[in-house]
Ligand binder design. Structure first.
Ligand code: ACO
Length: 450
């Protein structure tokens, strides 16, 4: 084990330069000074960039729980206090007063858009909402029960093949067009994948509709029955998109950055992000939560017996929608969504027994010492599915909705890393624990394994 001590008094002094804090690493009888960097919110990190060249050793941090892979100016999270801010703006304010489209601009370009920037971006989103007509045939190549996340990822790469223009992440005007193309076409693909999965014709977008209302139209209008998006329902979904728009270096965003670090294009990087998001420990949890609540409702299993099961390490079952790598008090997004659940269900005149089930389950878990000691609280996925169900979004599309919301965050991170002159290809190391060197054995001489 390598003991590291961070001593505030341990400073490097250069004439005329501010004093810089360091941490001292004692290893095999030698001391190494490691620079300490402090972020704008006072968070500290110990810089191990030169660790291997100076000491011969690497850090070992499975799951990267203590590893800062980047310096980023996009999103700030304080997991202990339940704080989430995009570019400095509290999530509560953005969810209450902002729109998804302006939040996207904020994340990608760093500032809230002016009125003319917002109108321009909305126009660009409308201009780029169609996908190439040839792409409609691609949808027919998937089996009818294909998961829409698989279709979304494949189709983002397919659409990328049609995007021949130069991508200029360092030029706002030019990158705004790229960003609008991706955001807008992802929405069209998502709606089309749903239509194909239920055997209905793909619906074209309506240019007069705002971003989220247009998605609802493409999902629910039919040639023989038009669907007029309710502004309140569109606003609820818009808020869900805002809450999902970014979350710093989570699994899918790190995937986007990793793929981008090899200088892969934006479409390929985002398609990879969709795949990473799909898993039930990440974005796929919103679908898993509803499946869990439905099981509890239909089976009549008692909440106490279910909670006992998720605590049992041998049962391999978890309380889905609970726990978070970063949040150790509460997830502020879960708080906002829980509040919105009531409003949306009331407005729609829906009584959902799964919402009662979720609230009772939360109560049982939060009283239990297992969850208290491990600081496990409801995360964003615990209540988001209840609203999506109420809106009429089908279960398999829940994670796709998450992906639509996360596109701006992925783009902001892709842009940040792509224009960073110090960015390097992602290439973690490992501690090898396999066999040591041995000689090749001829096939005829290999003994069978029992
Ligand atoms: N149910 C039961 N036990 C849990 C849960 C849970 N949901 N989450 C964590 N634990 C337990 C673990 O078994 C472990 O117990 P131990 O210390 O006795 O071994 C302890 O809490 C720490 O858990 P880790 O798995 O080490 O936590 P990690 O940070 O790696 O995982 C994760 C975080 C993946 C979110 C986890 O809490 C989980 O699986 N939650 C359920 C899935 C989920 O809701 N995912 C969505 C996350 S939010 C998002 O991605 C948008």
């Amino acid at each position: 084990m390598i003991p590291v001590t961070q001593r505030p008094g341990n400073v490097i002094e250069k004439k005329g330069a501010p004093m810089k804090e360091t941490a001292t690493l004692s290893y095999r009888g030698r001391n190494f000074e490691l620079p300490v960097h402090v972020g704008t919110e006072g968070e500290t990190s110990i810089d191990v960039t030169k660790l291997r060249s100076d000491t011969g050793a690497i850090t070992l941090d499975p799951g990267y729980g203590n590893t800062g892979s980047v310096e980023s100016a996009i999103t700030f999270i304080d997991g202990e206090q339940g704080i989430l801010r995009y570019r400095g703006y509290p999530i509560e304010q953005l969810a209450d007063r902002g729109s998804f489209v302006e939040t996207a601009w904020l994340l990608i370009f760093g500032e809230l858009p002016t009125e003319s920037e917002l109108r321009h971006f909305e126009d660009l989103l409308t201009e780029h909402e169609m996908i190439h007509e040839n792409l409609r045939h691609h949808f027919n190549g998937f089996p009818s029960d294909a998961h829409p996340m698989a279709i979304l990822s494949a189709m983002i790469n397919a659409v990328g093949c049609f995007q021949k223009g130069i991508v200029e992440p360092d030029k706002t005007e030019s990158f705004a067009k790229t960003a609008a193309r991706l955001m807008s076409k992802v929405r069209t693909i998502a709606a089309a994948s749903y239509k194909v999965s239920i055997g209905r014709p793909i619906t074209y977008p309506r240019p007069e509709l705002p971003y989220t209302a247009n998605l609802l139209h493409m999902m629910f209008s039919r040639p023989n029955k038009s669907y007029e998006p309710d502004p309140e329902i569109a606003a609820a979904l818009d808020m869900i998109f805002i809450l999902h728009a970014d979350h710093e270096q989570n699994c899918s965003t790190s995937t986007v950055r990793m793929v981008a670090s090899s200088q892969a294009n934006l479409w390929a990087s985002v398609a990879a992000g969709v795949c990473a998001l799909w898993g039930p420990l990440h974005g796929g949890a919103n679908q898993a939560v509803i499946e869990m609540l439905t099981h509890l409702h239909d089976s009549g299993e008692s909440l106490e017996s279910f909670v006992a099961k998720v605590k049992d390490k041998n049962a391999a079952e978890r309380l889905m929608g609970f726990g978070h790598r970063v949040y150790k008090s509460f997830d502020p997004r879960a708080k906002i969504i829980k509040g919105a659940c009531d409003r949306v269900l009331k407005k729609l005149g829906i009584h959902d027994p799964l919402l009662d089930m979720a609230m009772r389950l939360e109560e049982v878990a939060l009283r239990d010492s297992y969850f208290i000691e491990r600081k496990l609280y409801p995360n964003v996925d615990f209540y988001s599915g209840i609203i999506m169900r109420a809106i009429g979004i089908p279960l398999e599309m829940f994670t796709v909705m998450f992906a639509i919301g996360r596109i701006p965050g992925w783009m902001a991170n892709w842009r940040e890393t792509t224009i960073d002159p110090k960015a390097r290809i992602y290439r973690p190391r490992q501690l090898y624990v396999g066999p040591t060197q041995r000689d090749y054995v001829e096939l005829s001489q290999r003994r069978g394994r029992a």
